[in-house]
Design a binder for this molecule. Structure first.
Ligand code: HEC
Length: 120
């Protein structure tokens, strides 16, 4: 009888030991893969990121190439604004253009503003 109890105890303990350790294993897999994807080619992914953000948030008014000018939006390919002025306007908005300070992070605003400098 005592032997069976010990055996059951052993099984219970080994099951408890297994469960959290497999959790940990899958958890660390997740963080490892997301970390490696965010640290991958920084310079290249930077402009890709800006383009993606532009398509997602700005193209509705400015068009995919920045030339659409919907609702009085300016043709961005003709814009003379500096990067700082663009970041300022994207952050706080102007007239019809909506502010993005609560939509995008500072880094994202910088990326997407940089992208508008490249569409000439
Ligand atoms: C709701 C429509 C709308 C959206 C969305 C929008 N814009 Fe605009 N944008 C405008 C309008 C309208 C103007 C002109 C504002 C003015 O001068 O009266 C403008 C002007 C600008 C200018 C200044 C151009 C110049 O030479 O004066 C920049 C730069 C700009 N937008 C970038 C962006 C970026 C980057 C995004 C996305 C994060 C974006 N806009 C999203 C409507 C929009």
């Amino acid at each position: 009888m005592a032997r069976i109890l010990i055996a059951l105890l052993f099984i219970a303990v080994s099951m408890m030991a297994c469960a959290p350790s497999s959790d940990k294993a899958s958890g660390s897999d997740d963080t490892a893969s997301s970390a490696s994807s965010s640290t991958s080619p920084d310079a290249e992914s930077a402009s890709e990121e800006g383009k993606k953000l532009f398509t997602q948030y700005c193209a509705v008014c400015h068009g995919p190439d920045g030339k659409l000018g919907l609702n009085g939006a300016k043709d961005l390919t003709l814009s003379e604004l500096t990067l700082e002025e663009r970041i300022e306007q994207v952050t706080h908005g102007k007239n019809v253009m909506v502010p993005f300070e609560n939509v995008l992070t500072k880094e994202q605003i910088e990326e997407v503003s940089k992208f508008t400098m490249t569409i000439k």
